[in-house]
Design a protein. Structure first.
Length: 524
């Protein structure tokens, strides 16, 4: 804007002392006088700084030019109500009306103002005009809008958190059922390996059980209670390594583009979860572009308020979402796909995984334009090099394993999977009995396989008690897919030293081998 024009004379205001005149014409607020028809009789020069019009230009404007249509109707209604009260003789002395209005500016923008209106009265106390004092409240309106948006996001987060707790409880009970179903199916398969009639039926049960276990894992990912093994990762490197697999998920009509920043700060993240997030977002994008399109995956460093984050964005040119669908996109079991084509857990899993990593996720989408998912993960601070390596083999002496599990079906499955593998097995249904069994056993105990939540002592306390007398003892925790109430017992343990309750015999044997050959185990 150019310099403000010279101030206009105080038309319509009786000449008073020079101090009052100076106050009116020097104020940042806009003073104006209108007749009872809403026509301006005086406008102070500060209108130029508010709306870009000189006082003379503002004096020539009609009400239609001074207010946006909605605000014009608000002002007219307020004036009509005020006059009606005056005619009824019900107006108290020094009454005023405060309105929030939107006014157009000379450059085509609009500004929100707060205007206070009071009557100008003659000697008989009859209204003869209106005095208004107007100030810019655009910044306040923006702050209020930001606060309302934050409150809306908080309510959505609380709603999702509540659904997550419900999902976690369901998953816990579901796991117990799947333990029995998978265990019995695998047991029957081992009893009838050559029965061509029975074997396909048992394999069908096993496949259905494994699919149900995968569904449970997605539920758990949504409620953010699954165990995970974070390590320092280069996010661009994770994406680069995942690209070949992601391309195989896309038909020829969809182009995959990557824009990966070099020398990103590392993030503390679980590689498998990040790969799962990329896979799920790729599948969602594929389904949103049935006629083809473009999928773009980008990484970048973001600095906000002195904190550094790493941005992972996935952008598609698909059908997009309307406001209603976008508002529910992260809810579990919400899907726009046909019945049987989706579980509605894909984006819910992505949401839970990002939050578990301490990050934030944003979704922008418009119908016919496509969708953008932005994930901000906190950058990791300086840290010594990751020295984690795979174990180098099993001990030469046949190991002894103590199984402590108060869920009988799980205990039976553990013993059945380990029996015949060259291990010496000791079993106990409780922590107290396990202490007695360990005290009575004269030889070494190499591995404790225990549930986390046991009656009396929990699994972590049991391990600590046993390790006092047996410092070489290692522990493999049997955890729910939903981690149990004290995550300190398991979340800090190496991932290879955890086994989920819906384990397969192969995965259990692999985890036992890893635990027995742990790099930090003392020599026998």
């Amino acid at each position: 804007m150019t310099d403000a024009p010279q101030q206009a004379p105080l038309h319509g205001i009786p000449e008073g002392d020079r101090l009052s005149r100076l106050l009116v014409e020097s104020s940042f607020d806009v003073f104006a006088i209108f007749d009872l028809e809403g026509r301006p009789l005086y406008v102070s020069p500060s209108v130029y700084h508010l709306r870009g019009y000189t006082a003379e230009e503002a004096m020539r404007q009609t009400q239609e030019e001074r207010l946006t249509p909605r605000s014009r109707e608000v002002a007219r209604q307020a004036l009509a109500e005020g006059l009606a009260v005056e005619r009824a003789g019900q107006t108290p002395p020094n009454s005023f009306r405060r309105l929030e209005l939107e006014q157009p500016c000379k450059d085509g923008s609009t500004v929100w103002v707060e205007s206070t209106f009071t009557w100008i009265r003659d000697e008989t106390r009859r209204p003869v005009g209106i005095l208004s004092v107007t100030r810019d409240i655009s910044a306040r309106r923006r702050a209020e809008a930001d606060l309302a948006e934050s409150q809306l996001q908080l309510r959505e987060a609380q709603k999702l958190e509540a659904v997550g707790r419900l999902a976690g409880g369901i998953a816990h009970e579901f796991n117990n059922l799947m333990t029995i179903i998978l265990g019995r199916a695998q047991w029957l398969l081992s009893l009838h390996p050559d029965d061509e009639t029975l074997r396909p039926q048992l394999q069908m049960i096993e496949r259905a059980g494994q699919r149900a276990a995968h569904l449970t894992a997605q539920l758990v990912a949504f409620c953010r209670r699954q165990s995970f093994a974070p390590r320092r990762l280069d996010l661009s490197g994770v994406v680069r390594d995942a690209v070949p697999a992601l391309r195989r998920l896309l038909p020829r009509g969809i182009e995959l583009i990557t824009r990966l920043a070099e020398r990103l700060p590392p993030v503390e993240a679980d590689r498998m979860q990040l790969e799962h997030v990329l896979r799920q977002l790729t599948l969602n994008a594929r389904d949103a572009m049935p006629a083809g399109g473009r999928l773009t995956i980008e990484t970048a460093e973001v600095a906000r308020a002195g904190a550094h984050s790493v941005l992972l964005s996935v952008v598609d040119t698909g059908v997009g979402m309307d406001d209603e669908v976008r508002g529910r996109a992260f809810e579990p079991f919400f899907t726009t796909k046909e019945v049987g084509d989706g579980t509605g857990l894909g984006l819910a899993m992505v949401y839970g995984s990002v939050l578990q990593h301490g990050g934030r996720i944003e979704l922008d989408s418009l119908p016919g334009v496509g969708a953008t998912v932005r994930m901000l993960l906190p950058a990791a601070g300086a840290d010594p090099a990751d020295a984690d390596r795979l174990p180098q083999g099993l001990p030469t002496v046949p190991p002894t394993i103590l199984i402590v599990e108060d869920h009988r079906a799980t205990a039976d499955r553990l013993a059945s999977a380990l029996r015949g593998q060259g291990y010496t097995l000791l079993t106990s249904p409780s922590a107290e009995e396990a202490l007695a069994v360990a005290a009575a056993h004269r030889g070494p105990i190499d591995l404790l396989v225990t549930g986390v939540m046991l009656a009396g002592l929990n699994g972590g306390e049991l391990a600590a008690r046993l390790q006092r007398d047996r410092p070489g003892l290692r522990t493999l925790f049997v955890v729910e897919d939903v981690v149990e109430p004290d995550p300190r017992l398991v979340l800090r343990a190496p991932e290879r030293w955890l086994v989920h309750r819906t384990f397969s015999p192969e995965s259990l044997l692999e985890k036992v081998a890893h635990a027995l050959a742990g790099r930090d185990a003392p020599a026998r």
